[in-house]
Design a binder for this molecule. Structure first.
Ligand code: SF4
Length: 707
């Protein structure tokens, strides 16, 4: 019966295309222009200036004109955090609020705490996204706070390593109830049980008001929100609105109800609240007109933003837009508007700074044509990124000389061959991975990942090599027998994948995997036939290499015996062929060098070592030997340009390298020193830990700042 109309008026300068251009005349007593090398230094200087202004004058209101679309708000938030020496990663509005900001483009659904509430409510669905559940495990903004945090982290690792992208809440609860396991979370499990009990209902379809009531009770149970805020009041209002549509929408299941709620939240703009206790405000150029500032800094005042570039509506004729003076329809209009706004801002402000930066990446940025007449002022001292002395929050810096080495003091028995390969690639990578246990959080992805597929192929190859353990057997077998052996070898692999991913391995998907493996195994047998005669001597041989404080366990996929009685070591790889750099001083891969050293001559004379590459693009052998007739694709070492010597020479060299790299690991060398620079780092997930990019950026910045 009642329609509530809310409106907002603003005294925007009267602008139309008929207005005579009224050029802004900068008052050089109060207006300054600054130029910085890049956006970072520009923001750093602006934050330093703002903090100083509010420190000196407790009633000063400082305005910073930013571009919301370029996420300047977040960059400023980070810089304020840094300069006030807060190490606070909590982005909630009540924490570490330095400034007012008015990003009107944000909807209620985009607010972090509202997203969190929605993620909790999604636990009502039959299948839930494992990734989202992992985010909830990290969160401390609910009833459990930091309780069981370390068990929750272990649970997340378990889920990421072993679970599919979707799962059931009941299944997750049964996992977290396993007493004695590092991921045992009894409190979380009890909370989730109560949460599910609340949603136990007689019918699947309910009215939206019943859903809204249930959602409220569930969120209360889990302790959301932890504090009341304007966002929470808006959330309550949205739930009320949702309930009011019950009669129109009818009854819905949980998926429908959540869809309605989400869509309502997306359509609700986040309410903007001005906190007049904060002395700094981040505003857009238009928003700046609504406030009075004592001092004002216009960031990125370049020719793209001042005047703002044109962007006419695509659905209306341009001439009509220009005739009626529609915003952003002509450059002339934009220029007039910019002139008017600047004139007005200058009138009300004691100090007005326009700044811009010279480069964005490799792109050179031009200053605004409206500010070119203002002479450039000298750039204020902004201090260095590292040595920050902030008068508001003085911090005493302690300089720590990092040790170059942290020697190993006890036996290390995990890591296998990758321990030495990592050490060879980058000492820090080996230290972080094998001594600190650092690893990237595995990504949960739908379906099977490359590792699942690779280990299934390994298993099928092992079974097939046991059945065809002699090249003659392949030669003598009919096509039917070959296919029979292939099919039999595939089944254990399918079973393994089914155990790991029961939800993914449906009958149809299993058949697709069978076809994929069958194609690979057929190509593999064809390649086997093109080799010189061999018999399979061993498969999956377990080896332990004990050396000083290292006790490395690994498995050699296959050892073949050749016609002359010598042995060749083989490792299967299902990925794409890569360069192993076996002849370098620090090879990328030390698997084969370590195999031949660890096996030694105990089992017979070894005449070569190979990687058997089996993938859909090719099946091939790559490695080292003196033999000339092993396969037409394999060059004997005498013909290899990169190495001058025989197989025995290479073995000696490999042994020296393996022992030297093992000694380096034991010594605990920590150097962040990727052997092949960017190329090595490209395949490493630890850049956020070793901070090599920060190091590079710092050097780049120092270069930029050096006149
Ligand atoms: S990212 Fe590069 S420097 Fe850092 S640990 Fe990995 S390989 Fe070493």
């Amino acid at each position: 019966d009642v329609i509530e109309l809310s409106y907002h008026t603003r005294n925007t300068p009267d602008i139309s295309s008929k207005t005579t251009p009224n050029e802004w005349q900068p008052n050089l007593n109060s207006v300054k222009r600054l130029q910085f090398p890049n956006l970072d230094t520009e923001i750093r200087a602006c934050v330093r200036y703002s903090l100083e202004r509010v420190r000196v004058n407790e009633t000063e209101h400082v305005g910073i004109i930013i571009d919301h679309e370029k996420e300047h708000d977040f960059l400023f938030w980070k810089e304020f955090n840094r300069q006030t020496s807060h190490r606070n990663n909590d982005l909630s509005p009540t924490k570490a609020q330095y400034f007012n900001t008015f990003s009107s483009a944000q909807s209620l659904a985009d607010v972090k705490s509202i997203e969190l509430a929605l993620s909790f409510l999604e636990l009502n669905q039959t299948r839930i996204e494992t990734q989202k559940f992992c985010h909830l495990l990290q969160c401390h903004q609910f009833a459990l706070g930091d309780k069981e945090l370390s068990a929750r982290i272990s649970l997340e690792l378990l889920l990421r390593n072993n679970f599919s992208s979707t799962t059931r809440l009941g299944h997750l609860q049964s996992v977290m109830q396993r007493e004695g396991k590092p991921y045992y979370c009894p409190h979380l499990s009890t909370l989730l049980t109560k949460f599910s009990e609340l949603s136990r209902r007689p019918r699947e379809f309910l009215s939206l008001s019943a859903w809204a009531e249930l959602f409220t009770r569930q969120l209360e149970l889990i302790g959301w929100p932890r504090f009341e805020s304007e966002d929470y009041l808006q959330w309550q209002k949205s739930l009320y609105q949702l309930s009011s549509t019950s009669a129109i929408v009818g009854e819905l299941d949980i998926t429908g109800a959540l869809r309605q709620l989400r869509s309502l939240l997306y359509q609700t703009p986040r309410r903007i609240v001005f906190n007049d206790e904060l002395q700094i405000s981040l505003v857009s150029l238009d928003e700046a007109l609504d406030f009075d500032f004592d001092s004002l800094w216009f960031i990125s005042a370049d020719d793209q933003r001042l005047p703002c570039s044109i962007s006419p509506d695509t659905f209306l004729p341009l001439s009509i837009q220009q005739e009626y003076g529609m915003p952003r329809s002509s450059y002339k209009l934009q220029l007039e508007q910019a002139n008017l706004i600047l004139t007005r801002l200058q009138r009300n402000t004691h100090e007005f700074i326009l700044s811009h930066h010279k480069y964005e990446g490799d792109l050179e940025i031009r200053p605004s044509p409206l500010s070119r007449t203002i002479p450039l002022s000298p750039v204020p001292d902004i201090g260095s990124t590292n040595n920050l002395t902030n008068p508001l929050n003085p911090v005493e810096f302690e300089y720590v000389q990092e040790p170059l080495c942290l020697p190993l003091t006890s036996v290390i028995g995990t890591g296998g061959t990758s321990l030495l390969s990592n050490q060879s690639n980058c000492p820090f990578k080996a230290f972080a991975t094998h001594r600190l246990g650092a690893q990237k959080l595995p990504n949960l992805q739908p379906g099977l990942d490359a590792m699942n597929r690779g280990s299934a192929l390994h298993l099928a190859l092992e079974k097939l090599s046991t059945k065809f353990n002699h090249q003659e057997k392949i030669l003598e077998s009919s096509a039917v027998i070959r296919q029979k052996f292939i099919d039999e070898s595939i089944e254990p692999a399918i079973e393994q994948m089914h155990k790991q991913h029961p939800d993914v391995m449906t009958p149809t998907f299993s058949n697709l995997e069978r076809i994929r493996l069958s194609n690979l195994l057929n190509s593999f047998l064809e390649f086997e036939l093109s080799r010189s005669p061999f018999l399979v001597h061993e498969t999956e041989q377990q080896i332990t290499w004990d050396h000083s404080l290292l006790s490395l366990n690994f498995r050699v996929d296959r050892i073949d015996k050749l016609n002359d009685g010598s042995l060749v070591l083989i490792d299967y790889k299902s990925g794409k062929k890569s360069s192993y750099r076996w002849f370098d001083d620090r090879p990328d891969d030390l698997q084969l060098p370590l195999y031949q050293l660890a096996i030694g001559s105990n089992i017979g004379h070894i005449s070569g070592a190979f990687i058997y590459q089996v993938n859909i693009e090719e099946v091939t052998l790559a490695g080292a030997t003196d033999k000339e007739d092993l396969h037409p694709d394999i060059k004997p070492l005498a013909q290899v340009r990169l190495f001058d010597g025989t197989w025995t020479d290479l073995q000696e060299r490999w042994n020296i390298i393996v022992l030297a790299i093992a000694a380096e690991f034991e010594k605990g060398l920590l150097a962040v020193a990727p052997t092949r620079g960017n190329q090595t780092c490209q395949y490493c997930d630890l850049s956020s830990l070793c901070r090599i990019n920060d190091q590079k950026n710092l050097l780049d910045k120092q270069d930029e700042l050096t006149p």
